[in-house]
Structure formats: C-alpha cells, structure tokens
Design a protein around this ligand. Structure first.
Ligand code: S3P
Length: 426
C-alpha cells in the first residue's frame, strides 16, 4: 500500500502548467473517434489508468491506434466484436459511456472493472438503454458489472431522466446516433455537456433547448476529431484550494477548460472570498484559458444548486470549508454517495479525524471551519479523497494511506504538490 506524508506549506506562487489533461474529454475523445471513418488526432491525452483503459478498449474494438507518446492517431472502420472482456478499471465514465456506444454495435461485448467499479450502480444506464431496445444485462438484474451487451437496433425515444448525470445523458446520446428516428433526452438540471459539444464539432446534428437535447441519427460517419485536451478543472481545483487556504499564496492554472458546467467550484471558492480571475484564450469545441486563484480569508457558504457542475470538486471544496470562518452546508448532493467512494461518508469521517466538526445528512454535509489537525486518513480507494486530504495537509501535515488510486486521474499530482510543500510518497 502506498502512503503519502504531506508537510505544512508556507507561502507559494505556483505556475501550474502540468495539470492533468481533462478526464471526461479524454475518455470521450477516443470513444468518439470510433464514429468517424477518417483519422482523428488527439494531443495532450490524459495518460492515467482510467483513460488508458478506454484507449485500450477501443483497440480491442478494432480501432487502429498510433501513439508516439505525444500524439494519438485513431482510425476505425466500425466497431468489431472483441474477443476479451473490456476492462474499464475504476472508471464509471468509461463503463457507462461504452454501454451507449456498444448498444447498437454488431456483436457481443462484456464490460468489467475493479472491485470499486463493480460495486457502483449501473441500472441508471442499463434501464434507459433497455427501454429503447438495447440488450444489456449484468449482476443484480443489470445493476452491477460485469455487464454484457449484445448490439441491437435502437428505437427512437423521448426520455426524461430523473438524475442529472452526464454519463447517463452521454450513453443515451451515443445510442440515439444509431436510432431509427430523431430522439430527445431531458434532464432535471444541465449536466456537463462535453458529449454534445464534441459530437456537434464532428458534424452530428444535436441541439439543446432548456434541458432537452435533440439528436438526429447519423446518416454518415462523423468528421474526425482534432483536439488538444485542455487541463482538467477538477484536477486543477486541488491547487486552487491549496492557494485559497495558504496565506499570501497564488496559483496560475494554464490551458484549462472554462466550460461553465465544469468551473462552478471555482465560483463557490470566489463566493467564499478567494480572489479568482478567468482569462479566456481560445475556443476549441469549448472555451479554454487560464485561471488565477489568490489567497484571501474564506467565509462559510451554502451550496445547494448547480450540484452537477461541482460534484467532483466537493471533496476538495470541503477542505476549503474546513478552513473557512463559519459553518458551510452542502445539500441536494446525494449523488456523492455513489462516486468512487461514498463521498459524504468519506469526507466527513476523515475531517472528524482531523479535528474538524462535520456532520452528514442524507444528501450532503455541514462543516464548521476550524484548525485542521495532523492525522492519518484513508483514501478509501478514492483518488479525489486522497488528493483532497493531501491538500488539507498543507495546513497541518497529514498522512494519507492507500494513494495508488491517484493514478486513475492525476499521476503527477505529488510532483506538482512537491513544488509547494514537503511530500513523501512510497
Ligand atoms: C462524468 C460525469 C459525472 C462525474 C464524473 C465524470 C463524465 O458523473 O462525476 O466524474 O465524464 O460524464 P455523473 O454522470 O454520474 O454525474
């Protein structure tokens, strides 16, 4: 088991130009390249376990992949039946989006993953996909992986989802591309929209009005993707919190997506008092630019809206809450319970170990700002819990057990952290 020891940091000015490339966009880039018959070109792909698993899966599905370690070139002449179990590792995004991509492909496919992924709910994709003709099954009637898929014809649909989930939406959009007529998908609040933006950029006819996305089935293969993956705001956010809780510190995050469905946690940090600047520099499928975060004393906040836009950042945000003046409250976030760990439980349990007053509710938590104490905390196999408590360690020192999981999304996290504080991971 890998264990990290983080030492208290003093004032820093960090230029973060090596933040991990975006995980959501990386997964999608290799999957969507399968929908073109021309060569797609991807640079700055996230070379972490989750996304390398997706790249490996498309190889098993017959894609020709040339990878010189810098640029990935992908050409496909259609999805082929794979002779092996497709291993999604720890990735819910990988598994759920492949369900949509494979729902209409010719052949039989099996998707599996690690012990954590095999515990996570899959009915949220298997059920809607089955309702439109897809043939999927899995343990517990399709709730748990391993999942098996036999490609089938997809009936046109108007589906209303009860959960705001980009994974569910993306799976249904991918299935709709092969449906027998125009389809629509509605969600209770807008979830991240990379799928819509990227597929539109490749020529798909997709439009969104209010909370309903309309998808026309493909008449021909899409144009190839030509993309440089921007930095991941969810990974960048750990360093945003680091600057926001360390007096006289700042971080400049370069080349990050400024998509509004992804930077809500920065807006909350700003509301808490941090000094934040967004500098839009280019637009490629979506807006990309720099974010500067500077320290300022933080005050407590209530977070109860736009939850889907900051769900992945709530563990890191909870460290900012622990350093703020007053009681911060998170509500309407029960999705936290079905992430890589039950993040309501793992955040609160670890904060209590650090001497911070924290209380769970069914759909969130309350955290009273105070003095974080050095403690030994568990990652519970969850990369974002491991990295959040490493950032907490900048205030007090911290020992984080079971840090291998960081490899799923941000392999160079500790290299970057070492620039602002003492770190030892072994
Ligand atoms: C993701 C969507 C979100 C997010 C996950 C990545 C995606 O999950 O938490 O880390 O890339 O579509 P949900 O769709 O379950 O909200």
């Amino acid at each position: 088991m890998r264990v990290a020891t983080v030492k208290r940091a003093s004032q820093f000015e960090l230029v973060a130009d090596k933040i991990a490339p975006d995980k959501s966009i990386s997964h999608r880039s290799v999957m969507f390249a399968m929908l073109s018959r021309s060569q797609s070109r991807i640079t700055n792909f996230l070379r972490a376990e989750d996304t390398l698993n997706s790249l490996n899966i498309i190889r098993h599905l017959g894609a020709e992949v040339k990878d010189d370690g810098d640029t990935i070139l992908i050409r496909s002449d259609g999805i082929k039946e794979a002779s092996v179990v497709l291993d999604c590792g720890n990735s819910g995004t990988g598994m759920r989006l492949f369900c949509g991509l494979l729902a209409s492909a010719d052949g039989h496919f099996v998707l599996s993953g690690d012990e954590y992924l095999c515990r996570r709910p899959m009915r949220r994709v298997t059920e809607p996909l089955r309702s439109i003709g897809a043939k999927l099954d899995g343990r517990e009637g399709g709730e748990k992986a391993p999942l098996s898929i036999r490609g089938a014809s997809i009936k046109a649909f108007n589906y209303t989802s009860l959960v705001s989930s980009a994974q569910v939406k993306s799976a249904m959009i991918l299935a709709a591309l092969r449906a027998d007529a125009e389809c629509s998908f509605s969600e209770p609040s807008l979830s991240r929209d990379h799928t819509e933006l990227m597929l539109k950029g490749m020529g798909a006819q997709i439009s969104t009005t209010n909370l309903t996305t309309t998808i026309k089935p493909l008449k021909e293969p899409l144009r190839p993707l030509d993309i440089r993956i921007p930095a991941d705001p969810s990974s960048a956010f750990f360093f945003a919190v680091a600057a926001a809780i360390t007096p006289n510190s700042s971080v400049l995050i370069r080349g990050v997506t400024l998509n509004k469905t992804r930077i809500e946690a920065f807006k909350v940090l700003e509301k808490m008092g941090a000094d934040i600047e967004y500098i839009e520099l280019e637009s490629r499928y979506e807006p990309i630019g720099d974010i500067v975060v500077k320290y300022a004393p933080l005050k407590a906040v209530t977070v109860d809206s736009n939850i889907a836009w900051l769900i992945d950042e709530l563990p890191a945000l909870s460290i900012a809450f622990a350093c703020a003046d007053g009681v911060s409250v998170v509500k309407n976030a029960k999705e936290l319970r079905v992430k890589e760990s039950d993040r309501i439980d793992t955040v609160v349990t670890n904060l209590l170990k650090c001497g911070i007053e924290a209380k769970q509710s069914s759909d969130g938590y309350e955290i009273r700002g105070g003095n974080i104490r050095e403690a030994t905390v568990d990652s519970y196999g969850d990369h974002r819990i491991a990295m959040s408590f490493a950032i907490a360690g900048l205030r007090s020192g911290m020992i984080i057990e079971d840090t291998e999981c960081i490899q799923t999304s941000f392999p160079n996290f500790f290299d970057l952290l070492a620039k602002i504080g003492g770190v030892n991971e072994s």
